[in-house]
Design a protein around this ligand. Structure first.
Ligand code: B12
Ligand code: SF4
Length: 478
């Protein structure tokens, strides 16, 4: 009999969380690699809002989803950690009811080991709770914790009392650890990072009917922005062979009947002529009944008219760019609003749209950066809107291990060792911005500008109007 390993995607504890194509891709990769190496896998996703047993309990046949596959996660209000005591918002556990998790665990034979993944560092209370539940059900079973939180905050992650915290790309490290427990023997590559052609197809079998899926055509990023942890998580940029990516997409289309796929790449458009563009051509050729999404944001500087056209033809429906005029530590003496890369990317899509309906493009506009004034945020909104682009506010989240991190935490007077302070939602509260006077009005302004685009009104395409509006805002703020 093959040794049996239980893989678990834990609960999230936060003020807000939403299924924006959220899938535990790293854990699925690990599971597939272990299956290829003689292990039996059980896979439980605590965030699976499409789980058949959950739907049965709720008396529904289908989870409510947006056409793009996104939707609300089941949630329960829970007490706040003391660090958040002054934030007047509900704190919640997101995921399937605890009793259902326990019921599912009851159907699983006792495993020889348990692997728990982790994503955002500040979601760690959910990781701790999940590990405690697993310990209660399977006392004495060795348990490893890996993933983003475990990699970026290994010392803190050890407080959840796993048997081991494993940092970084985990396929080979997990196999080594499991082999020590089970006595299986393998030859391990000397390099702990697998070559892209040796990566298996992730274990998508667990995905429940009606769910969306995620695909990464590459891992890591060739760039090194000072606020980003990509290099700490995936030290090398690896683009996967396109035939393997296409095989995976076809499996999701034909075997799992998935309608929405989000790309999880850090750097989807790098080397596009030889990577993403041929993939899009293959997708177009197969004429799949699927929509694609770039929920994670793509590089506007790498757009070309040809790429925009292919993306449209392949039904890449969610297109999100960063508005790059707001680096974390910006030289505020020369404020500049225009982002010519974003303007150029928009041009590429307008050309691809021709006389047809306009593509809906979003731009991530950063807020709460050190030294950033509210006027600068509003200037950014107006500029993005003037391009006909939808605003998505990106609440800044300081990421541990990045060059900016210590500087930021010091500047903000926050304890960097406590991951709860990395939370994007809480930062404006810790900076003492008022919910009623600043946080909500900023959201309303972005929503109103976005709605104007829905109505076909581009308020600021006229630069005189932009100037009038900005000067009115500046006066108001003063
Ligand atoms: C896709 C993505 C998202 C998706 C959702 C991801 C999800 N599952 O929930 C979306 C677009 C929604 C998103 C949103 C945000 N994200 Co994000 N996101 C990513 C991204 C690009 C990829 C994550 C991923 O799945 N990678 C692919 C898999 C293969 O990698 P992996 O999970 O790390 O798994 C490997 C290893 O960790 C290990 N492993 C994993 N599990 C286990 C388990 C065991 C036992 C072992 C041994 C090993 C192991 O092996 C795996 C294979 O090699 C990462 C960057 C990155 N390169 O990781 C940022 C990242 C995680 N996001 C980040 C940030 C900042 C955000 C936002 C806050 C941005 C913002 N300001 O709004 C929001 C937060 C959303 C929220 N609700 O709070 C930060 C982390 C922040 C933090 N403090 O933890 C990252 C690291 C990017 C960065 N800027 O540095 N994100
Ligand atoms: S922010 Fe984007 S471009 Fe910069 S290093 Fe991270 S993934 Fe790469």
């Amino acid at each position: 009999m093959k040794p049996h390993v239980l893989c678990v995607n834990p609960y999230i504890h936060d003020f807000t969380a939403y299924d924006f194509w959220m899938k535990p891709l790293g854990l699925s990769w690990l599971a597939a690699y272990l299956m290829d190496h003689g292990y039996d896998i059980s896979f439980v996703d605590c965030l699976d809002r499409h789980h058949p047993l959950l739907l049965q309990k709720l008396g529904i046949t289908k989870a409510k989803s947006h056409r793009n596959g996104c939707g609300s996660l089941p949630e329960t209000i829970i007490p706040k950690p003391k660090e958040y005591a002054n934030i007047k918002r509900h704190y919640r556990r997101y995921g399937i009811p605890i009793e259902l998790f326990q019921e599912i665990l009851n159907t699983i034979p006792k495993p020889q080991a348990i692997l728990v993944t982790s994503i955002m560092t500040y979601w760690y209370p959910g990781v701790f709770e999940t590990i405690a539940l697993l310990r209660e059900k399977f006392p004495g079973v060795p348990l490893a914790l890996g993933g983003v939180y475990a990699t970026l905050c290994p010392e803190h992650a050890a407080l959840s009392e796993p048997d081991v915290v494993i940092s970084g790309p985990g396929e080979i490290k997990a196999l080594r650890w499991l082999d020590q427990i089970t006595g299986l023997q393998h030859e391990y590559p000397s390099d702990e990072i697998l070559a892209p052609e040796d990566l298996p197809q992730p274990y998508h079998q667990y995905i429940s009917p009606g769910s969306s899926a995620v695909v990464a055509t590459s891992l890591g990023c060739p760039l090194a922005c000072s606020y980003c942890a990509s290099k700490n998580l995936q030290p090398r940029f690896r683009q996967r062979p396109l035939d393997q990516v296409m095989k995976e997409i076809l499996y999701l289309a034909h075997q799992k009947h998935i309608l929405n796929i989000s790309f999880y790449d850090d750097a989807l458009l790098v080397n596009a002529e030889r990577h993403f563009m041929p993939l899009l051509e293959m997708i177009i050729h197969k004429n799949l009944a699927m929509r694609f999404h770039t929920g994670n944001g793509i590089h506007s500087s790498l757009m070309t008219p040809k790429l925009a056209k292919l993306m449209k033809q392949a039904k890449v429906e969610t297109i999100r760019f960063s508005y790059e005029r707001a680096p974390v530590f910006s030289p505020h003496d020369t404020p500049k609003v225009e982002d010519y890369d974003l303007a150029h990317a928009m041009e590429c899509f307008r050309e691809a749209d021709g006389d047809g309906p306009r593509s809906k493009i979003d731009a991530y506009v950063k807020a709460w950066l050190p030294g950033q004034t509210l006027e600068e945020v509003v200037d950014g909104f107006v500029y993005v809107n003037s391009l006909g682009c939808y605003i998505r506010i990106t609440d800044y989240s300081p990421v541990p291990g990045t060059p900016d991190f210590e500087k930021i935490m010091q500047l903000y007077g926050l304890n960097g060792k406590e991951p709860l302070y990395h939370n994007k939602t809480t930062l404006p509260y810790f900076l003492n911005y008022s919910e009623d006077d600043v946080i909500q009005p900023l959201k309303h302004l972005a929503n109103a500008l976005n709605h104007s685009l829905d109505l076909g009104i581009n308020l600021f395409s006229n630069s005189r109007m932009s100037k009038l509006f900005i000067s009115a805002v500046h006066k108001l703020v003063k």
